[in-house]
Design a protein around this ligand. Structure first.
Ligand code: ADP
Length: 451
């Protein structure tokens, strides 16, 4: 500041001296006053010049849109102006740094919102879309460029959603179809609005199609299990009532007891299959170090098939077993046997007596192993094929029950196949028999002598 006073005094002194010299050389008496005024004017002009340069620089700084470091073209000004420039520069630098930090935080926050598995939509006080993430655009079919600042009720036209938004009661969510929903592939969204700030709203959407599907499957499963158990139970309790209340002859009594044993056997089979399925779902995936001999599995399957055929077909079946090359599969013995025996016993159960059931094991050229069961049974209509591995899906309900089926056999086969990385192929044509094959990956197969 002292410099400023010195500069001003110097200008005044120079002007005064010039005026005094003019007066001394015989000039007019007011020359001193003019000289002083001229000195003040020159000082003011120089000062205004510095001020103008400072203002020009400040305007240029203000005009910058994006926060960046302060421009390096600082005006070089003397004295107090240098300090003004320096302090302003520091203030601007701090402002830029703060802006950059807030921008970085905002970017990180928006990136986190983008990464959210839920759809996120920010609504202003009027219910217009201020921002939404990628997932929300998928859920609702928004176009970020086109739909920002549009009222959400104009874009999501589902009446349930409009009523929910208008109600102002956001203590629960609302379930609406997603933008990609079709009758063949329904998509369900759970939408929840949360109020925040001054009358602003945060809308969260979640795709609950899979959850709803799982819930529906669980309900169906419980209903199916209850039905499957209730039928033999009803029969059993009927027989028990009869035995308790009626004086029966011994042969009749023996017949009733045999029928009761049959029903309890049916329940036992069902419970065993249910336990197998739940074990398959709950246990860790089979390791690759336990090697099971295929020929032993085929021998077990053959014994079971012959025993079953003798019981259900008085004239028997033609059963052919080809154990193929001595090989081993890496997996769980009980699971592999369960899958193979289900395929073999199905072939025996659904093929009329004297029909042919051929079972084989072979190694394919690419190293994979194939377990195949062919039969000359009734075959399967093409529309049933994709659903055969669903739990409790049966084409011929009475044939399945008569021969001790539970409707869970192929579901077990599918699970075992998945757990061992194997593929289940079903080829069948009505009237031309069926072919079920399990193809195991080469990594799980080795020749038996490699042990
Ligand atoms: P189930 O205990 O009823 O046999 P599965 O899950 O093993 O249940 O089989 C599902 C349905 O697939 C059966 O009910 C039957 O209708 C059909 N199926 C399975 N194997 C054969 C086969 N070899 N020939 C004809 N139909 C079959």
């Amino acid at each position: 500041m002292i410099n400023r006073w010195i500069a001003f005094t110097a200008c005044m002194l120079a002007g005064g001296a010039l005026g005094w010299l003019t007066t001394a050389k015989g000039g007019p008496a007011w020359s001193l006053g003019v000289g002083l005024g001229l000195g003040a004017l020159i000082w003011l002009m120089i000062d205004s010049l510095y001020l103008a340069r400072l203002l020009r620089w400040l305007r240029a700084e203000q005009g910058r849109e994006a926060p960046a470091m302060v421009s390096s073209q600082l005006p070089r000004l003397p004295g107090v102006w240098e300090e003004v420039v320096d302090r302003t520069r520091r203030l601007l630098k701090n402002r830029d740094q703060q802006l950059q930090e807030s921008q970085a935080r905002l970017d990180e926050f928006l990136a986190a919102m983008q990464a959210s598995p839920s759809g996120v939509v920010l609504l202003d006080t009027q219910g217009r879309i201020e921002w939404c993430n990628q997932m929300a655009t998928q859920h609702f079919g928004f176009d970020v460029q086109r739909d920002v600042m549009q009222h959400i009720a104009n874009l999501v036209r589902e009446p349930a959603f409009k009523a929910y938004l208008a109600s102002g009661n956001y203590s629960h969510d609302v379930v609406i179809p997603g933008s990609l929903s079709t009758p063949a592939r329904p998509v369900k969204l759970s939408v929840h609005v949360h109020s925040y700030g001054k009358d602003r709203k945060l809308l969260l959407s979640r795709d609950i199609t899979a959850v709803e599907l799982a819930e529906a499957m669980r309900r169906d499963f419980v209903a199916n299990v209850s039905h499957e158990i209730r039928t033999p139970l009803t029969v059993l309790s009927g027989f028990i009532e009869t035995l308790r209340t009626l004086p029966l002859e011994e042969p009749e009594r023996a017949r009733y007891l045999a029928l009761m044993a049959q029903q309890s056997q049916r329940m036992q089979t069902l419970v065993n299959d249910l336990l197998t399925l739940s074990r398959l779902e709950g246990s860790p995936f089979p390791g690759a170090n336990d090697w099971i001999t295929t020929s032993a599995l085929l021998v077990q399957c053959e014994q079971e098939a012959r025993a079953l055929s003798a019981v259900i077909a008085p004239r028997g079946h033609r059963l052919e077993f080809d154990a193929g090359p001595a090989s081993e599969i890496a997996g769980v013995q009980t699971e592999l046997y369960s899958a193979m025996s289900n395929l073999v016993t199905n072939a025996v159960r659904y093929t009329p007596e004297t029909g042919l059931v051929s079972v084989s094991w072979k190694l394919l050229k690419d190293g994979r192993g194939q377990f195949e069961v062919r039969d000359t049974g009734p075959g399967i209509e093409p529309e049933h094929l994709p659903r055969l591995t669903e739990r409790f899906y049966r084409i011929d309900r009475s044939r399945s029950r008569e021969t001790g089926g539970t409707g869970l056999g192929l579901a077990i086969v599918k699970h075992v196949a998945q757990r061992h990385g194997a593929e289940l192929h079903i080829d069948s044509q009505p009237g031309h028999g069926s072919r079920f094959s399990l193809i195991f990956p080469a990594a799980r197969i080795r020749p038996a002598h490699a042990a």
